[in-house]
Design a protein around this ligand. Structure first.
Ligand SMILES: [Zn+2]
Length: 290
């Protein structure tokens, strides 16, 4: 009696191993989800951004869009794509631009890392295949290029440094641990409602609510223009034309973490906060009023 049982188990094991071996041989298509970047897709598949970009015939700073299909190569296919693109695989030491890798620590942002290395956030973001308002994750590795002349080596349009934070009289500060100043701004009524919702979130869910960085709440016209220019040059996410974004009215906020969105969906209506704009951007919530 034990003999046929053993045979059955063996047959299943062999079949499973065979199926895995076959599936690992071919490139696999990946449908881009909202919020994903070339970098995040590459990281999720244990590839460098350069490898995924080369295999798909894209530049490392290409923006990807929800619904777009990106091919994920096998290790061999990825290495071949890098070689034909003129980039040595497995090591960055032979590339023309000296690069150091930096591991993100709590409280850091693209702005703070760029500032510490005399780089513009836009060029640092582009070098890592990120948009300038991308959120960094603690433990994430960021490639930091040598600062001198680095903005011209990729051949992308230079957008310049981001405009500084402003604080118009009709706005009020909100808590922003990822902002250089520790504060972001919203229209005063939206800020009061935000603070009340934040306290409820901490009390009921144990989740703090805050924006992802200095571009993630109120934006001046100059800041919106900066993001719009990044978008037009292919270096940033889709951004509304200046004069048309609810961020410029202090009535929108880009959340730092998906768990925060869950809270806004649950209790936001009690505080006038909702998700009625930018359906492809989970992080974007807006003040609709009482
Ligand atoms: Zn937004």
């Amino acid at each position: 009696m034990p003999v046929p049982r053993f045979r059955t188990t063996l047959a299943i094991t062999v079949f499973t191993a065979g199926a895995l071996a076959v599936s690992a041989r071919a490139a696999a298509p990946h449908r881009v989800l909202p919020g994903e970047t070339l970098w995040s897709i590459a990281a999720a598949n244990n590839f460098t951004t350069r490898t995924i970009a080369a295999f798909n015939g894209l530049s490392v700073d290409s923006a990807v869009y929800a619904g777009q299909t990106i091919q994920i190569p096998t290790d061999a296919e990825g290495a071949a794509a890098l070689a034909s693109a003129g980039v040595a695989s497995g090591s960055s030491s032979t590339s023309a631009t000296a690069e150091a890798s930096h591991t993100v620590t709590p409280g850091e942002s693209l702005w703070s890392i760029a500032g510490a290395n005399s780089l513009s956030p836009g060029s640092l973001a582009a070098d890592n295949g990120l948009s300038a308002d991308s959120l960094l994750i603690i433990g994430q590795t960021i490639n930091v290029p040598a600062s001198s002349g680095s903005t011209s080596t990729t051949g992308t349009t230079s957008i310049g440094a981001p405009p500084p934070q402003e604080h118009p009289y009709w706005t009020s500060p909100i808590y922003c641990p990822l902002c250089p100043s520790g504060e972001a701004y919203l229209a005063s009524n939206a800020a009061a409602a935000w603070d009340a919702m934040r306290q409820a979130s901490q009390r009921v869910y144990g989740i703090d609510l805050y924006p992802g960085g200095p571009f993630s709440a109120y934006r001046s016209y100059a800041q919106q223009l900066y993001l719009y220019n990044l978008y037009l040059s292919g270096q940033g996410n889709l951004a509304a034309a200046p004069g048309t974004s609810s961020h410029e009215y202090g009535y929108a906020l880009d959340l730092a973490d998906p768990s925060m969105r869950t809270v806004v969906d649950e209790i936001g209506a009690n505080y006038g906060w909702a998700k009625t704009e930018a359906p492809d951007e989970w992080w974007h919530v807006n003040y609709v009023g009482p």
